[in-house]
Design a protein around this ligand. Structure first.
Ligand code: MN
Ligand code: MN
Length: 319
């Protein structure tokens, strides 16, 4: 049975700088019927009240969409042709409560319950890293314990921040403590800089996470590392969460908590392409703060990394 799949609007049909910006110039899907026909969807979460230093990720989804307009359908490196086999759309933003973080977390979880129910694989545009907790809660109800590939300058396993349990720096401790993660199938890549104590990254190691500090990534290709990552993560359900501050601020200055000595854009692509073959159940790209992104390059990078994530979803044809 053949079905009509949504296609990105081409640059020869309407100029790329014209029209209402959706992710990759895909249709904005609003009706329930059209949602249920989707395999995967881009969804924005304009949240920044979980962040601890510079604000502004509330504008991340809007800018990532704006910088996504030049992305064309076919991946010339990997041969991935996502729109030839998957039905993909942009389902808009989650209507968070910008005055209340816990209420926002509740709203996000409910929104992702519906996304899961509709059989959609979510590709999320953040938003600060708090958003990954309610996403994992919703996915866990369907898939059980989830493996994780987490790229970040920070481990985000604080016990609390300013006495608060849920914030952008506590996400993966909460997820582990709530039993959402399959801790032996978790990898954190790009961690660096300073800790509150010298033991900061060891909490992750004690859970069974593989911690790949940034220094282990310097001056080399990460393609061999991804072989190890695939072996660790295995065949079970896995979620890919990419904090843009994992990349060096030279390439990704538009973020709230920048750290020097980070990954390159090429290494970021190697990591995502290295996830091909995994049983990915969802992905996100978080912490883009456009106010600190004077060139738009951070959003441009975020948009392209989200496209690369789409290209490694299960079921994507390669030509
Ligand atoms: Mn983070
Ligand atoms: Mn971070």
């Amino acid at each position: 049975m053949s079905r009509t799949l949504h296609q990105p609007l081409g640059g020869n049909e309407v100029p790329r700088f014209a029209g209402i910006a959706t992710m990759l110039r895909l249709p904005h899907i609003q009706s329930t019927e059209q949602r249920r026909a989707l395999d995967a969807a881009f969804v924005g979460i304009p949240l920044d009240i979980g962040t601890s230093l510079r604000p502004g990720t509330r504008f991340g989804p809007r800018e990532i969409r704006a910088e996504s307009v030049m992305i064309r359908p076919y991946n010339m490196a990997t041969g991935a042709a996502p729109f030839d086999s998957l039905n993909v759309g942009d389902i808009g933003d989650v209507a968070i409560n910008t005055f209340d973080l816990l209420d926002s977390v509740r709203i996000i979880e409910e929104a992702y319950d519906r996304i899961v129910e509709d059989g959609i694989t979510p590709l999320t545009l953040g938003g600060d890293h708090t958003i990954t907790l309610p996403i994992l809660r919703a996915l866990n109800k369907k898939y059980g314990k989830i493996g994780l590939v987490h790229i970040d300058a920070h481990s985000d396993v604080n016990e609390h921040m300013f006495g608060v349990k849920i914030a952008h720096g506590t996400t993966f401790r909460c997820a582990a403590e709530e039993g959402l993660l399959d801790c032996d199938r978790v990898v954190q890549i790009g961690l660096r800089a300073q800790g509150y104590t010298s033991e900061d990254f060891n909490w992750s190691r004690k859970q069974g996470f593989r911690v790949v500090q940034a220094e282990e990534c310097w001056h080399k290709s990460l393609t061999p590392l991804m072989e190890e990552v695939r072996a660790k993560v295995g065949d079970g359900p896995v979620y890919l969460t990419f904090d843009i501050d994992g990349i060096d601020p030279a390439w990704a200055p538009g973020t709230g908590t920048p750290e020097i000595g980070g990954l390159t854009t090429i290494q970021a692509i190697e990591i995502i392409r290295g996830c091909h073959g995994l049983n990915l159940i969802g992905c996100d790209l978080v912490e883009v703060s456009p106010a600190y992104d004077t060139s738009g390059n951070t959003s441009l990078l975020g948009a392209n990394l989200l496209y690369e994530m789409l290209c490694v979803l299960p079921g994507v044809t390669r030509r």
